[in-house]
Design a protein around this ligand. Structure first.
Ligand code: SF4
Length: 413
């Protein structure tokens, strides 16, 4: 039954810890008369307004959105199928990654690994190679592990039950809701960053979208709004609206199919929503890396499978101890510690900058010549001495690709 007081009954009061009260207070005081909050120590009651969406309007909202989506949706390779495997691959790739970047990766991936069984049977190195450049490599490792679990326990069939699908490696709330709603019609809202932004503006939700503590309010708002008869199309329509119309900056409100239901549009507050918790400063690390040459080959090592860039190949190196050593000295020390080799550190080949989600690096890369010792691994999982022609066969992190053309040229000269 439709109950327009649903949100107020459900969400008021919901208390979350707000560590940045002052920033919130100053934003709220800039004319946000609609935002009703109260302060008790550091607690703050987030609010949402739903008066623009009465029972009847909920129905009209869904109809308007779906009509717009069916006319305007982009033709994307994963939209030509309802095959759960392909939808799953696409949703995993699309996390944190642009559609235009994903398209060629998706096509290549499903061509190489067309089924759950094919993915399960593939070597992890081949899977990581197909993922090379897409980033967030844990996604690929989790997919591979999940495919193996399905191949072993369910003859490669993807479960249509939310609870079962959630058991698989890397399948969180968003992936499970998106895949199952699109492939099997599971009535569950898929809430990604785009959808949170749309919901925040529609309902004037002042909970920060980048705070996991506020996930519940967006999830329940999304579930309430969901078209239960067409959950797959509805979820995709909300994502598409966020990507094409309700953009982070300068949303195209005049072209928006649901503007008459939108609280932010009605108050001209689109630029205020969504709220975000201020980010902490991103640390930057200085890294020294050595390309060790020996008899026409270079040494590469494979990172441990868990953690950042797990399972990828790289050249030995590590953090420079600030104020205690130069990059050259760090290179020498790291090579000795990591692979037990004595080397001569030569010319600097490159200096590259690279940003990860939570930190940045400045990497100095040196050409080194092998002097003595045999490889004994301390940290890496594996190593190879490879020729310059073989470099392309191994998956390397994005930071390494930034100096790879210079390296290949130097090794060939
Ligand atoms: S009217 Fe504007 S702010 Fe509201 S949902 Fe549409 S694009 Fe977003």
């Amino acid at each position: 039954m439709c109950n327009e007081n649903y949100f107020w009954e459900k969400f008021a009061p919901i208390r979350y810890i707000c560590r940045n009260w002052n920033k919130f207070a100053s934003r709220l005081s800039q004319g946000d008369d609609f935002a009703i909050g109260s302060r008790s120590a550091d607690n703050y009651i987030y609010t949402m307004k739903t008066e623009t969406l009465s029972c009847e309007n909920f129905r009209l909202f869904r109809a308007s959105l779906l009509r717009w989506y069916r006319r305007n949706r982009r033709k994307l390779p994963w939209r030509e199928t309802r095959e759960p495997y392909r939808i799953w691959i696409s949703e995993v790739m699309l996390q944190q990654t642009r559609v235009s970047t994903v398209i060629p990766y998706f096509q290549n991936f499903v061509q190489k690994f067309p089924t759950v069984e094919a993915l399960a049977a593939a070597d992890l190195q081949a899977v990581l190679k197909s993922w090379e450049g897409l980033g967030y490599y844990a996604r690929a490792r989790n997919l591979h592990r999940a495919a193996q679990a399905l191949a072993n326990g369910r003859e490669g069939k993807i479960p249509d039950s939310y609870a079962e699908f959630r058991q698989l490696s890397g399948v969180g709330e968003y992936i499970a809701a998106a895949v199952l709603s699109i492939a099997f019609g599971e009535p569950r809202a898929a809430i990604d960053g785009n959808v949170k932004r749309v919901l925040a503006r529609l309902f004037l939700i002042d909970a920060p979208v980048n705070d996991s503590a506020s996930g519940k309010i967006f999830r329940e708002a999304g579930d309430r709004l969901l078209d239960r008869e067409h959950p797959g199309d509805f979820n995709q329509a909300m994502m598409e609206l966020g990507a094409l119309i309700c953009r982070p900056q300068n949303p195209f409100c005049r072209q928006c199919p649901v503007r008459k239901f939108c609280g932010a549009f009605a108050r001209n507050r689109q630029e205020v929503f969504p709220f975000r918790k201020p980010r902490e400063a991103t640390p930057e690390y200085h890294i020294a890396v050595g390309v060790v040459r020996r008899d026409g080959r270079v040494l590469i090592t494979r990172r441990a499978e868990k953690g950042l860039l797990g399972g990828l190949w790289e050249f030995p190196g590590g953090k420079v101890r600030k104020g205690r050593e130069t990059a050259e000295q760090a290179c020498l020390r790291e090579i000795k510690e990591e692979v037990n080799l004595e080397v001569k550190v030569g010319a600097r080949l490159a200096r590259v900058k690279h940003a990860y989600t939570h930190f940045k690096i400045v990497m100095e890369v040196f050409l080194c010549d092998y002097l003595s010792g045999e490889v004994v691994l301390n940290g890496p999982l594996d190593f190879r001495w490879i020729t310059v022609e073989e470099i392309g066969e191994y998956p390397f992190p994005g930071a390494n690709h930034k100096f790879m053309p210079q390296l290949i040229k130097a090794l060939r000269s």
